[in-house]
Design a protein around this ligand. Structure first.
Ligand code: SF4
Ligand code: SF4
Length: 148
């Protein structure tokens, strides 16, 4: 290798090293810039981004009730049959939700059911730790009394 080539390579290598170390040093003096999550150590404080699609959930309103009217729009919108709406009738013979069955084991998290719901009764929740030994544990009833 010619002497000129040797010094050129040594120079560009040195510049590259300084660039890399400057990034490391900037994170060292300003740790708030670090976006790497220390999972699972930060499990208690970990917050997923608002648009994260973990699983379909059915939140309660201010009165502790679900907004679902058992209209079945989400069931029809779901492309792979992950939702079953089991409707029933209340004391006034009005159609109401009996059970909202959600098959998380086959859900593709496509969000179509959320978009189809005219009452904003379901949304994508942030949960993601759902490893189970038995797939049947991923078949859930989403409508529950608040606190259960
Ligand atoms: S997210 Fe998609 S696949 Fe999952 S239940 Fe909703 S529509 Fe079905
Ligand atoms: S979740 Fe929404 S779309 Fe699905 S049955 Fe209830 S109200 Fe209808």
């Amino acid at each position: 290798m010619k002497l000129k080539q040797y010094f050129t390579k040594a120079w560009t290598g040195g510049i590259s090293l300084i660039k890399g170390l400057s990034v490391t040093f900037s994170y060292f003096i300003n740790p708030k810039k670090i976006i790497t999550e220390q999972y699972p150590e930060n499990r208690k404080t970990l917050k997923m981004t608002p648009r994260f699609r973990g699983q379909v959930i059915m939140p309660h309103d201010e009165q502790g009730e679900h907004k679902c009217t058992a209209c079945s729009m989400c069931e029809r919108a779901c492309p792979n049959g992950s939702i079953s709406i089991l409707a029933t009738k209340n004391i006034a013979s009005k159609r109401v939700l009996g059970q909202f069955i959600y098959r998380y084991d086959q859900c593709t998290l496509c969000n179509l059911c959320i978009e189809a719901c005219p009452f904003d009764a379901i949304e994508m929740g942030p949960g993601f730790e759902n490893a189970v030994y038995d797939r049947s544990e991923l078949i859930m009833v989403l409508n529950k009394k608040e606190g259960r």
